[in-house]
Write a protein that binds this ligand. Structure first.
Ligand code: GDP
Length: 519
């Protein structure tokens, strides 16, 4: 669930799918978008009635009802890639456009890997079927090599042959998108303050900072106090993709927003706050957070609780649910968590929300094997009992330092312990006594101690001449368990009897040590 808090669960409503069109250059992405929009943006944007806001929606009649699909008009893959790198997920479905006369090309392959990494379902539009030399079946064949098998070939990927230029089969394509969307369970809670992602932003000479915001949860309204990335502002006006001024935007819709004081970055998250004071605190917190998270390569933690990081090389994960008194605390904690080394153990923030630790949080923790962190907050009635029953670890803190220390400890606890050598002592051979076929070394413990059955390394002129186990340790001819510094002892080893005066015996043992996280 993206951008949803536990409190939203009871108010969920279906939202339209947000779709991105990807594919190799010249395969018809722009034409397809335009054709679907049924306007001719490409032939003169200025004259058109549509506003270019980086996203638009279309109405589709599906299963007897009018439903909507929202298209993100991202230039190439750039925005998509940038957002993914920041751990933001904006796309529900990717349409992969492949020209039937050209087949799979490098950017096709790139698009497939992006969509796969982001776990975004793919619908393939095999375009330009009107062209001579179009070979839709060959495209299907080629796509199988990249793990995309058409449903009519026994696979699970919908592939629709279309002609973007003639507008052929676009209805089928849209229907297929809605069919895939139905399986995705796309929900949001419109009855709350809005949050979502900045799709595009720029500075307009006349209008000031202009940002296209995709609402992913809640409803955005004119007059709302917004923090987008670290940019603060009050929504002065909102314009939709048809160029109309609107008063509100519900989940999955994108609007151009005027009123921000600075230009946010594409991919930044935005939130609505109840008052300017709180928003101001968050905005400055975000500025720090953005700076900090830039330090963290690849941004492994995302505020939305949805980490898109590829899992390669990451061995372990620690799932967290974070509840705190106020949003400002959350920002500070998340900012600090991103600083923890995550090369061996990766932190996954499933949920971070202000408020009490509730039974819903416990359920989520139980289902995802997460640890719940409560900061300056309490447990709701029944939550403690639920946690005990479900065996969920709820930890409460009021000092960030202690919280971080514990999290680091918990992460280290997930690492395999390391077997390390612990030196015991050093022993010098002062006399050698031949006994039968073997020999006993008459020794002096120079430092530390020596223990029966410990490991030993015999050095002569600094070269190791033998390594093994100390089989027999005697003190005054009696078997001894250990002999300390300054005492004499007799040592014999079953595998070694070639002693010489002046040999040094290093005594050590192997111990398991909890590993620390490497940066
Ligand atoms: P993009 O780079 O993927 O956005 O591709 P465009 O939409 O700019 O299209 C590239 C070229 O292919 C343009 O000359 C289009 O007119 C042409 N084109 C796009 N779709 C079709 C189609 O369905 N049939 C034919 N014959 N040409 C198409």
């Amino acid at each position: 669930i993206d951008m949803l808090d536990a409190t939203d669960l009871e108010y969920l409503q279906r939202r339209p799918p947000v779709v991105t069109i990807m594919g190799h250059v010249d395969h018809g992405k722009t034409t397809l978008l335009d054709s679907i929009r049924k306007t001719k943006v490409a032939q003169g944007e200025a004259g058109g009635i549509t506003q270019h806001i980086g996203a638009y929606h279309v109405d589709v009649v599906h299963e007897g009802r009018s439903q909507q699909v929202v298209f993100l008009d991202t230039p190439g893959h750039e925005a998509f890639t940038a957002m993914r790198a920041r751990g933001t997920r904006v796309t529900d479905i990717a349409i992969l456009v492949v020209a039937a006369d050209d087949g799979v090309r490098p950017q096709t392959i790139e698009a497939i890997s992006h969509a796969k990494a982001a776990k975004v379902p793919i619908v393939v539009a095999i375009n330009k079927i009107d062209k001579e030399g179009a070979q839709p079946e060959r495209v299907k064949q080629e796509l199988t090599e990249y793990g995309l098998v058409a449903d009519d070939w026994g696979g699970d990927i919908t592939m629709v042959p279309v002609s973007a230029i003639r507008g052929e089969n676009l209805d089928t394509l849209l229907e297929m998108i809605l069919t895939v969307a139905e399986m995705e369970d796309l929900n949001a809670n419109p009855n709350r303050a809005a949050k979502g992602t900045v799709i595009e932003a720029h500075l307009d000479k006349a209008r000031g900072p202009v940002a296209t915001l995709l609402v992913q949860n809640g409803t955005l309204r004119v007059g709302d106090i917004v923090v987008a990335g670290s940019a603060l502002g009050k929504v002065r006006a909102m314009i939709d993709d048809r160029g109309d001024r609107v008063e509100q935007a519900t989940p999955s819709f994108a609007v151009e927003v005027l009123g921000l004081r600075e230009v946010p970055r594409a991919g930044d998250e935005f939130d609505v706050f109840a008052n300017e004071k709180e928003a101001g605190a968050i905005a400055s917190g975000r500025a720090t957070f953005q700076r900090d998270s830039r330090l963290l390569q690849g941004g492994r933690i995302s505020l939305s609780g949805f980490s898109q990081q590829a899992k390669e090389g990451v061995l372990k994960e620690l799932n967290l649910i974070l509840k705190a008194d106020v949003q400002g605390s959350l920002e500070a904690i998340v900012g600090a968590l991103t600083q923890l080394p995550q090369k061996e153990v990766q932190l996954r923030l499933l949920l971070s929300a202000p408020g009490e630790v509730t039974e819903t949080d416990i359920d989520l923790a139980a289902a995802s094997n997460a640890v719940i962190i409560g900061f300056n907050t309490t447990l709701a009635t029944g939550a403690r009992q639920a946690a005990d029953q479900a065996g969920v670890d709820v930890r409460e803190y009021s000092i960030i330092y202690n919280l971080l220390d514990d999290i680091q400890g918990a992460m280290e606890g997930l690492l395999e312990p390391e077997l390390v050598e612990e030196p015991l002592g050093s022993v010098e051979v002062r006399a050698v006594f031949a006994i039968g076929r073997g020999a006993v070394a008459g020794c002096m413990v120079l430092s530390g101690k020596v223990i029966r059955n410990c490991k030993v390394r015999v050095r002569r002129n600094n070269n190791v001449v033998y390594e093994g186990v100390l089989d027999s340790l005697k003190r005054m001819k009696e078997d001894a368990k250990e002999v300390n510094t300054g005492f004499e002892c007799g040592i014999s080893l079953s595998g070694f009897s070639d002693w010489a005066d002046g040999d040094i015996i290093e005594a050590y043992r192997m111990v398991t040590k909890r590993r620390t996280l490497s940066a």
